[in-house]
Write a protein that binds this ligand. Structure first.
Ligand code: NAX
Length: 326
């Protein structure tokens, strides 16, 4: 039997966790031969609700679960963690300004970055899901001086999966026929779902849909899908977010076998995106590491949208600069 892998999850009593924890425990994250220890982190007022989630996890009698621990603080919760899903975040309250939201989260993620630095396994892989995810990941990375910034990533896999799923649905194909879709930039409505190098069953995607649909309908539909789901179901996307978070870490650990996926990772200057932000790029994963895919052709149209979403990330960064430099 393999040694258990320690998986920490913040926001463990929340909606996304109510799906993801059961997927992790069932072996969907790391495979059906990999035991896991779940380290569930919440804020003190949510510890009662978390106990209910723990009861349900126990009641599933999962063969792969080698332990379940709970903590009301990240320092204990991240102890020896090999993988950390940072899902809990401060939600936008009524009338709250964007700057207040950024600062509230900057405080949470600077503490969590320090806690990972001081307590987690040295090779910990971190996925930030809590919004604003890219800037939260940047703050956590900057507060973890002993860890490699490349260990901190943010989730744009849901946007990637939406780009694939919505395209497949439109042209009457299966999601598995779609290859080469890319989501560039920020996990926000400024993101850019790029189909220029994408194929569906080997045919160029942009030959299958018309340009007006692509620019006028498809791009905003992918980018604003989260809001459409809230309008329709009266609650935000949780199951699809959990699935995407599983996909992100599964692929990072176990590889994409040559397939390109989208991950928000620290920019290394690729595609003219200056270092200093966590930006969604096309990547392939192998041997427990990810690599930005180079050589994607960038049209003038693409460049405009890639710069627009980069500008937004840099303005978020400027708004929290003091905490970044902590
Ligand atoms: P919920 O409000 O259902 O759950 C959040 C949980 O986090 C709550 O139980 C809360 O007590 C906990 N929490 C808050 N601050 C915490 C802290 N400092 N430490 C530990 N736990 C803390 O939200 P849910 O629907 O689960 O969404 C979680 C986050 O994911 C939100 O920020 C949301 O905006 C974000 N999303 C990000 C997505 C992405 O693609 N990157 C998509 C889905 C989702 O909207």
């Amino acid at each position: 039997m393999k040694q258990p892998v320690r998986v920490a999850v913040t926001g463990a009593a929340g909606a996304i966790s109510y799906t993801i924890l059961f997927k992790i425990a069932a072996g969907e994250l790391l495979g059906s031969d990999q035991p896991v220890i779940l380290q569930l982190v919440e804020i003190p007022p949510a510890m009662g609700a978390l106990e209910g989630v723990v009861m349900e996890l126990i009641d599933c009698a999962y063969p792969l679960v080698a332990g379940i621990q709970t903590a009301d603080n990240p320092e204990d919760g991240f102890k020896d963690a090999d993988i950390a899903f940072l899902i809990g975040a401060k939600p936008r309250g009524p009338g709250m300004e964007r700057a207040d939201l950024l600062m509230g989260n900057a405080q949470i993620f600077s503490r969590q970055g320090k806690a990972l630095n001081d307590n987690a396994a040295k090779g910990v892989k971190v996925l930030v899901v809590g919004n604003p995810a890219n800037t939260n990941a940047l703050i956590a990375a900057r507060n973890a001086p002993d860890l490699d910034p490349r260990q901190f990533t943010a989730m744009t896999r849901l946007d990637h999966n939406r780009a694939v799923g919505i395209l497949a649905d439109k042209v009457g194909a299966q999601a598995s026929d779609v290859e080469g879709a890319i989501v560039w930039g920020n996990h926000s409505p400024t993101q850019y779902p790029d189909l220029h190098g994408c194929t569906v069953a080997g045919k160029p995607a942009l030959d299958l849909i018309d340009r007006d649909y692509y620019e006028g309908t498809y791009i905003p539909q992918v980018a604003k899908r989260g809001a459409a789901i809230i309008d329709a179901r009266g609650a935000s996307s949780a199951a699809s977010a959990a699935q995407a978070a599983i996909n992100h870490i599964h692929d990072w650990v176990l590889g994409t076998h040559g397939k390109t996926v989208s991950m928000s990772v620290p920019s290394d200057g690729a595609y003219g995106i200056a270092p200093g932000v966590i930006y969604s790029f096309p990547v392939v994963c192998e041997g427990g590491d990810y690599k930005i895919v180079h050589g994607v052709e960038i049209s003038e149209f693409s460049r405009g949208l890639m710069t627009h979403t980069d500008d937004e990330l840099r303005s978020e960064k400027a708004a929290v600069e003091t905490l970044l430099l902590a």
